[in-house]
Design a protein around this ligand. Structure first.
Ligand SMILES: Nc1ncnc2c1ncn2[C@@H]1O[C@H](COP(=O)(O)OP(=O)(O)OP(=O)(O)O)[C@@H](O)[C@H]1O
Ligand SMILES: [Mg+2]
Length: 340
């Protein structure tokens, strides 16, 4: 296998707050190949956002700190990089799109100016070349009349258009890695579908790798090569999307999938045509005082004594597809068989 584009090793992030130290991300390790699309899922507070923000140097410090780990991007550790180099990567080789375009787009600058600025700083394009490219980019993301639109301000765009504009900034410099943190959550279903189509097309065209954080399993199924399921700041399961869905090895993943509407579980929410994750019974752990073992153990009907006491390592699941990893002391298949 080729050297991975991104190699995350033992990433550990803490927030020192007046109420204690939040164990936001603990010992997260994985690698991402060039061109791979990875979906990161998990309940609110599981560390999805913090783990990517920490890698690109965007957590507030203090209260945040990277307590341990490495994040090698093409072999260079992002966590040890001077801020000016990291700044060069962000918006350049690492593109980013977030949930709320209004907080990422500057309201007092035209959309065109903001795209051009990125092209000029990262690629050193001249003003004229940047303008030409900005128009191409708006066209690429499906914004009609791009020549007119680049002169407009964010508030003159609809929500879906703003999201597209933000994507155009995210991909402006042909990133090798695109990080997307729930970028379609606030959009209606039709626009969301259009954006996903758009991203699939761009991925094919640009060959970029993608880390896509989402609560939406429909998005995962439609976009991801691999899925990473997080809980309590740790990876519970990771592997090819199909394997994780159909040969589930983590009780947490199993709980998430069981709570989808198609299984008719109580409390499931049907939101348009989207299948959204809903809470599974119990509460997420207090991350200022996480349980000593598997963070999911207190909610896991299959937990063993060892799960309560000791954190399970993420390892290749027995008899599963290559690269299908699970962190569990219990054997979900055996436990479910015994229960049935
Ligand atoms: N600035 C901060 N100060 C203190 N704690 C923080 C801060 N930012 C995040 N956290 C904590 O870090 C943990 C992980 O948060 P994170 O934002 O990564 O969750 P998430 O999985 O992205 O959730 P969501 O699905 O709601 O976006 C949470 O316990 C959160 O409260
Ligand atoms: Mg988040």
């Amino acid at each position: 296998m080729m050297a991975p584009l991104l190699d995350v090793k033992d990433l550990t992030v803490r927030f020192d707050t007046p109420n204690g130290t939040v164990h936001a991300v603990s010992g997260v390790s994985y690698s991402l190949q060039a061109g791979e699309t990875l979906a990161v899922v998990g309940e609110s507070g599981s560390g999805k956002s913090v783990h990517v923000l920490a890698m690109v140097g965007l957590i507030p410090k203090p209260p945040g700190r990277v307590a341990a780990g490495q994040a090698l991007f093409e072999g260079r550790d992002l966590l040890a990089m001077p801020e000016h180099e990291l700044r060069r990567l962000r918006g350049g080789q690492i593109g980013m799109i977030f949930q709320d375009p209004m907080s990422s787009l500057n309201p007092v600058l035209t959309v065109g100016f903001q795209i051009m600025e990125s092209l000029r700083t990262h690629l050193g394009l001249s003003k004229a070349a940047a303008k030409k490219r900005a128009i191409e980019l708006l066209d690429l993301v499906g914004i009609p009349e791009p020549q007119r639109r680049i002169e407009q301000y964010p508030h003159q765009f609809s929500g879906g258009m703003r999201q597209r504009a933000m994507i155009s900034i995210g991909i402006a410099c042909n990133p090798k890695l695109l990080i997307a943190d729930e970028p379609t959550t606030a959009l209606d279903v039709t626009i969301q579908a259009q954006i996903l189509d758009l991203v699939r097309g761009l991925r094919k065209q640009l060959g970029m790798a993608i880390i896509w954080i989402t609560h939406d399993m429909g998005v995962v199924a439609g976009l991801a090569d691999n899925v990473q399921v997080m809980y309590g700041g740790r990876i519970q399961e990771r592997g090819p999307a199909r394997a994780v869905f159909h040969d589930t090895r983590s009780a947490y993943t199993y709980g998430l999938l069981k709570s989808l509407p198609e299984h008719g579980a109580p409390g499931a929410v049907q939101d348009g045509t989207r299948k959204r994750l809903v809470q599974i019974p119990g509460y997420p752990p207090d991350m200022t005082n996480p349980p000593p073992g598997d963070p999911f153990a207190p909610r896991n009907p299959f937990a063993t004594e060892r799960c309560q006491a000791e954190v399970p390592p993420l390892v290749q699941a027995e008899g599963a597809a290559p690269g299908h990893m699970v962190a569990a002391w219990y054997d979900l298949r055996a436990a479910r068989g015994a229960q049935a």
